[in-house]
Design a protein around this ligand. Structure first.
Ligand SMILES: Cc1cc2nc3c(=O)[nH]c(=O)nc-3n(C[C@H](O)[C@H](O)[C@H](O)COP(=O)(O)OP(=O)(O)OC[C@H]3O[C@@H](n4cnc5c(N)ncnc54)[C@H](O)[C@@H]3O)c2cc1C
Length: 312
């Protein structure tokens, strides 16, 4: 470390020393540079997102693949099913405060559609983020910056936006603090918007059959999410700011899909003629149906455009 708090060199296990102007921490959960050397504490969000384990196993494909990932709620978490060309990826994300690792593994294996192709693998995590992402000449990307539980598969997106904003604010050797502050402000906002969208899935549940889901429904949510839910309930407004990852359509799918309905509608709807609106929506539905019925199945599309080589 230099006197001014900048990272000077990294010493490898072999003893080799690597110096540099800018250091990017990609050391995963260990966060060796930003977390350990720069002292960025981990802000733990498990009071909002209590799942802290995932058990994963591949299985044999059964029939033609569906063109999407399916997430299914379980007693103390949820299960993913990702159809790939030669196998299906499966996993059970859960909170070990509510079920044991053995129970979670049994649930996963019971719910597989095809035979398992390997032994289940257990992973541990804590949803949260570092209190800052960039200090002096050190920036963290990926798990060294934070981890979001995988319900919306956002980890690689967060890495990508981290790279994009680092390029937009790429420093010179003076490391202007204004650029560093701006990066930290933007990335914090992106992490928090992503977190809020995932929390909504848990908060807006109506299940009565499990202590896990009841706790999620009763929990306090971040003020930013509470405001969004209150505004939607009050007026049907779902406002998106700037280039948020999740669009109005995504928010509406979860709000309405999990039974959060507005008490009244946005009054601009008064300016529309109802029969013209019905006609427009019917036309839209008919065009969507026509386009969908003309499309090949997912398997036909894969065969035509991107068949993978057999696994070796
Ligand atoms: C089952 C599963 C499914 C996932 N699915 C998705 C998905 O669908 N979409 C998505 O966006 N994300 C997904 N993710 C998350 C995504 O894969 C990870 O967030 C991402 O790979 C993290 O990359 P990383 O480089 O930050 O960390 P890591 O992959 O953990 O890499 C860190 C590296 O640093 C090395 N390292 C640590 N300390 C040292 C040291 N002292 N010296 C040298 N090397 C060191 C480690 O060995 C490791 O190779 C999934 C993750 C899992 C486990």
């Amino acid at each position: 470390m230099k006197e001014d708090g900048h990272v000077a060199v990294i010493t490898l296990e072999s003893g080799e020393m690597i110096d540099g102007d800018l250091f990017i921490d990609c050391t995963g959960f260990r966060s060796l540079l930003l977390g350990e050397a720069m002292g960025a504490e981990y802000l733990d969000w498990s009071n909002y997102l209590p799942c802290n384990r995932a058990v994963a196993v591949p299985s044999e494909n059964i029939g033609e693949p569906i063109p999407y990932t399916r997430s299914t709620a379980q007693q103390a978490g949820w299960q993913w099913r990702i159809p790939l060309q030669h196998r299906t990826g499966n996993g059970h994300v859960f909170s070990d405060a509510f079920i044991s690792e053995d129970e979670a593994t049994a649930t996963l294996l019971t719910n597989l559609e095809g035979k398992p192709l390997a032994d289940p693998r257990m992973l541990q995590f804590t949803t949260g983020r570092r209190s800052f992402f960039w200090k002096k000449n050190c920036v963290a990307l990926g798990l060294s910056a934070g981890f979001m539980e995988p319900l919306e598969s956002t980890a690689i997106h967060l890495i990508q936006v981290g790279i994009a904003w680092l390029l937009a604010l790429l420093p010179d050797k003076r490391f202007n603090q204004l650029e560093i502050d701006e990066y930290n402000r933007i990335i914090s906002t992106i992490y928090e918007q992503t977190r809020d969208f995932i929390i909504l899935h848990y908060k807006a549940n109506e299940r009565e059959d499990s202590a896990f889901w009841k706790q999620c429904r009763d929990m306090d949510v971040p003020e930013s999410l509470q405001r969004r839910m209150d505004l939607f309930r009050a007026s049907g407004r779902c406002l998106i700011q700037g280039d948020e990852l999740f669009s109005t359509n995504s928010w509406l799918a979860v709000l309405l899909g999990q039974n959060i309905w507005p008490e009244t509608y946005n009054n601009t709807a008064e300016s529309m003629d109802e029969s013209a609106l019905q006609e427009m929506l019917a036309g839209m539905q008919s065009r969507v149906n026509q386009a969908a019925s003309a499309l090949p199945s997912h398997q036909e599309f894969i065969n035509r455009c991107c068949p993978a080589l057999p696994p070796t």
